[in-house]
Design a binder for this molecule. Structure first.
Ligand code: FES
Length: 102
């Protein structure tokens, strides 16, 4: 899996399945991104990412959609990283971290 950080750096992230409860926690723990204000409850929107390569066959639940509707720069590739589970489905995907300034 690849991440484009808030500094626009592309990083390949090796991970073990279910090593962290979700993608947000992995990114915070390893790359010190300033996201995840609500600690993964799906409420703050600070863990907004866009799926820029690959596709994730996973549907957003209602509360994820609600939270995303309140953050800036949302489009149909937007997800909350705290709602993405670390499993084989995300192996070949690239996510970009979206902050408030871009
Ligand atoms: S950590 Fe708050 S919405 Fe994901």
């Amino acid at each position: 899996m690849n991440i484009i950080t808030s500094n626009n750096e592309s990083i390949k992230i090796p991970f073990n399945r279910f090593e962290y409860p979700n993608l947000m926690e992995l990114v915070v723990d390893r790359y010190y991104e300033d996201i995840g204000e609500c600690l993964g409850r799906g409420l703050c929107g600070t863990c907004h990412v866009k799926l820029i390569e690959g596709s994730l066959n996973d549907t957003k639940d209602l509360s994820e959609t609600k939270t995303l509707n309140q953050v800036n720069y949302v489009d149909n590739t937007s997800r909350l990283a705290c709602q993405i589970i670390l499993d084989e489905k995300i192996n070949n995907l690239t996510f970009k971290i979206i902050t408030d300034h871009k």
